[in-house]
Write a protein that binds this ligand. Structure first.
Ligand code: ZN
Length: 339
């Protein structure tokens, strides 16, 4: 009887220790599994710097992992190009950008930038059915030729529109303010006019735009809603990003204007009489004209031709108007290539 008890007790001990062993084995297996998972998650985190979730995970992980060796060299340049202002938001898209620096920028990155940079939308004014309208526009000012140009325009009671660049000398700021004080339209052209820089990506464009927009506002008090792209909305520097930039700027409510008449005064070798002829012929070819001229210190020929141009067109019954965001830009913008 005693033996039976001892044997049973021994049997029970063996049984329970076996269960413990099995239990331990299971736990070890589970730990090993979770350990493995943790390790691979860690790898992914290192590669992408952000946790990933949802159905995109597997492909994103793949992309992150497979791109590590090749993209490691490009990551620093991608992040150094990243404007400091973009650091405030959309960190997850930053990581996906690092993982695929050559891919288009994630809209979440630039949409998170400058949350106050929005233009109040104004209803478009009814299109002018009748009449011959000219919007005279001057890019690249202010300069030492801005005040002389304003004097000429005053003499003919003509109002124009100026798309300005980031010049901060006291004389330039004075000229900028005079443009507004004397009743002309004002808009952003670009702060730097450095095309490779501002068209590097939509975030770079926004950085430049914001700087110029704010310079105009602090100098003149005008919260302008209009702009003209440096180099025009379609140029050789923004082929890949034009669409994204335009979409983002439209989303924010800003209106841009290209032109349908060019004085060609920025083309090397254009003579004064050619400037005059280019404008007059161009205006004659349209019922409504958006005329491109420039107002840097090098554009003395343009300035010299303006009185003649105004006299001719006023005699022919053309009316000069300023631009604001109530003027529909549709007739004056270039067609953006599909990509
Ligand atoms: Zn320009």
């Amino acid at each position: 009887m005693r033996h039976i008890l001892i044997v049973t007790a021994l049997f029970l001990i063996v049984l329970s220790s076996g269960a413990v062993i099995i239990g331990i084995t299971r736990e070890v297996k589970a730990m090993a599994l979770s350990g493995k998972t943790a390790v691979s998650t860690g790898d992914v985190k290192t590669a992408s710097t952000q946790p990933l979730s949802g159905p995109e995970q597997s492909s994103a992980v793949l992309a992150a992992v497979t791109s590590v060796p090749t993209s490691s060299a490009s990551v620093p340049s991608a992040s150094s190009r990243e404007p400091s202002s973009a650091q405030s938001g959309a960190s997850s898209s930053r990581s996906s950008q690092s993982a695929a620096a050559s891919k288009p920028m994630d809209p979440a990155t630039y949409q998170a930038m400058y949350p106050d940079l929005y233009a109040e939308k104004v209803p478009l004014s009814a299109p002018e059915q009748q009449g011959k309208v000219v919007y005279l526009t001057f890019d690249d000012g202010p300069s030492n030729l801005t005040l002389p140009l304003l004097d000429v325009l005053d003499r003919y009671h003509v109002k124009a529109t100026f798309f300005l660049v980031g010049k901060t000398d006291s004389q330039d700021l004075k000229a900028m303010k005079a443009i507004v004080d004397r009743g002309h339209g004002i808009g952003v052209h670009s702060y730097t006019h450095n095309l490779p820089q501002i068209y590097a990506n939509p975030a770079a464009f926004l950085d430049d735009f914001k700087k110029m927009h704010d310079l105009i506002q602090t100098t003149t008090g005008v919260d302008t809603r209009i702009y003209r792209f440096a180099g025009g909305s379609v140029n050789s520097y923004n082929r890949t990003d034009a669409k994204a930039i335009i979409t983002e700027m439209n989303r924010r409510g800003y209106l841009y204007y290209d032109w349908n008449v060019s004085s060609e005064d920025a083309v090397r070798g254009t003579s004064a009489s050619q400037i005059y002829n280019n404008v007059i012929r161009g205006v004659h070819a349209h019922s409504h004209s958006m005329v491109l001229c420039h107002n840097t210190s090098a554009k003395g020929k343009t300035l010299a031709e303006i009185p003649k141009i105004l006299e001719t067109l006023q005699k022919e019954g053309y009316v000069f108007k300023t631009l604001d965001s109530s003027v529909d830009n549709a007739p004056y913008i270039f067609r953006v290539p599909a990509n």
